[in-house]
Design a protein around this ligand. Structure first.
Ligand code: URP
Ligand code: ZN
Length: 445
């Protein structure tokens, strides 16, 4: 069915304007003032008083991620449904092979798992080792499967993390093929030493987790990554930047002309390490890597967004049940790392970013959609409301007030790190590829 969205205020990364949008066959075919239709089959949507955004793109989620505590608790269906309720129409998850498994075979498995998603779903591929076939596997991902972003972990060295030589090799191959290496920056070796130290300490377990992963070891890995990338001539994208120190290094590299993109997440903007109290059942929800930092880091990250040092926001959506977190009750090293948030990114950034005057409406669209589309090869099909673009559109009610709650959220978890957060603004309608999927908090079948 054709759609005509009338009277809304369109917000793109570069401008805001009032216009109607005509949608046909899943695409935006016309944007103009006062578009008329005489076709009774065209559905007319009145967006008077509403903001119209390009659908959110979350470039960092982990649905059904295997961990020793079991899979992260959202599968691609429940996780994508949660995303949809929050106005995110595209997610990018990860292919994480077992060591010894080829990237291609892991990609096929992950593609099958992700078929349950009800929104657009793309994948980054993670080389978890360097072996003779890795170069050709990376090239096959790029040339046969169209995947150009490769996520490498500098932590978790015993399972999926890479040492510097392997990382350099990946960067070299990806850089030569015009791809992008995305990086989890934490110095895995030094963190292992600290994990051992703090496991024997008298700190409460969640505090021990945070102490074992200090901001200096994130910054150390950032420095190494920037250095290796410069030598390998490979663009890099640093995921979940959490600290002022890391940002400082990223700024220096960007100013020197190196292609270094940065992502942060709402949890590093809005929460801090005071959550790591001795009350395990409360604090465990916040156990994630990197851990929450200080209010001064929160502030530096907001400034980094406003000043274009940080290009994107992801959520690192990786929820668990409290029963899974409980596995680490007596040993923080067994607590599964991660928290959900895919549903709340837009509302949190709208409320605490725009309404608190930390970012503009256009910057909001840039960091929730446009820049991710540009960096990960989806632009201008996605990330903008423009003629010819996919009709992935959020009609946003900027006045709707609510409170985030584990009782009403859509992620599959009894935990929510934003539980009790008041928010203003929510999607009144979400359109994906020209189909209306969500209206007034109800999913249409
Ligand atoms: O704590 C986190 N971030 N869990 C998800 C996996 C990862 O490290 O990105
Ligand atoms: Zn992650």
């Amino acid at each position: 069915m054709d759609l005509l969205i009338k009277n809304g205020k369109i917000i793109n990364h570069d401008r805001s304007f009032e216009a109607d949008i005509f949608i046909k066959n899943g695409l935006i075919v016309k944007i103009d003032t006062n578009i008329q239709t005489h076709n009774p089959d065209t559905k007319i949507i009145n967006a008077d008083g509403k903001l119209v955004f390009p659908g959110g793109i979350d470039p960092h989620v982990h649905m059904q991620l295997p961990t020793p505590a079991g899979l992260s608790s959202d599968d691609f269906y429940t996780g994508s449904r949660a995303a949809l309720f929050g106005g995110t129409t595209t997610i990018i998850d990860f292919v994480t092979p077992q060591r010894g498994q080829s990237l291609i075979s892991a990609l096929e498995v992950r593609k099958a798992e992700s078929a349950k998603s009800i929104i657009n779903t793309r994948l980054h591929v993670s080389p978890v080792e360097w072996r003779p076939s890795t170069e050709s596997e990376i090239n096959e991902c790029i040339h046969t499967h169209g995947i150009k972003s490769f996520k490498c972990y500098m932590a978790y060295k015993s399972s999926i993390g890479l040492d510097d030589d392997a990382l350099f090799n990946v960067m070299k191959v990806v850089g030569e093929a015009d791809g992008l290496v995305t990086l989890h920056c934490e110095d895995g070796d030094e963190i292992e030493t600290l994990r051992l130290k703090y496991a024997r300490s008298f700190l409460s377990v969640c505090e021990a987790h945070a102490k074992s992963r200090p901001p200096g070891l994130e910054a150390k890995a950032v420095a190494t990554a920037i250095n290796l990338a410069q030598k390998a001539q490979c663009p890099i994208y640093i995921v979940h930047v959490s600290s002022r120190q890391s940002l400082h290094l990223i700024k220096a590299a960007q100013q020197a002309g190196q292609m270094v993109y940065a992502e942060t997440c709402p949890q590093y903007l809005l929460l801090d390490k005071s959550k790591y109290t001795p009350d395990f059942e409360k604090a465990a929800a916040y156990v994630m890597s990197p851990p929450l930092r200080s209010p001064s880091d929160n502030e530096a990250l907001w400034q980094g967004l406003a000043n274009n040092l940080i290009s994107t926001t992801g959520t690192d959506h990786c929820p668990f049940l409290l029963s899974q977190k409980m596995i680490g009750r007596d040993d923080f090293r067994k607590i599964p790392n991660g928290a959900g948030g895919v549903e709340h990114r837009l509302a949190l950034l709208f409320t605490y970013g725009i309404l608190n005057k930390k970012i503009s409406l256009n910057k909001f669209v840039e960091i929730t959609s446009t820049n991710a589309a540009k960096i990960f090869g989806l632009y201008p099909q996605k990330g903008i409301i423009a003629k010819g673009a996919d009709a992935d559109i959020v009609i946003w009610n900027p006045n709707k007030k609510s409170v985030i709650s584990t009782e009403t959220h859509h992620q599959n978890s009894d935990l929510n790190i934003y539980n009790g957060f008041p928010i203003i603004g929510e999607p009144e309608m979400v359109i994906l590829g020209g189909n209306i999927l969500l209206v007034d908090g109800e999913m249409l079948k």
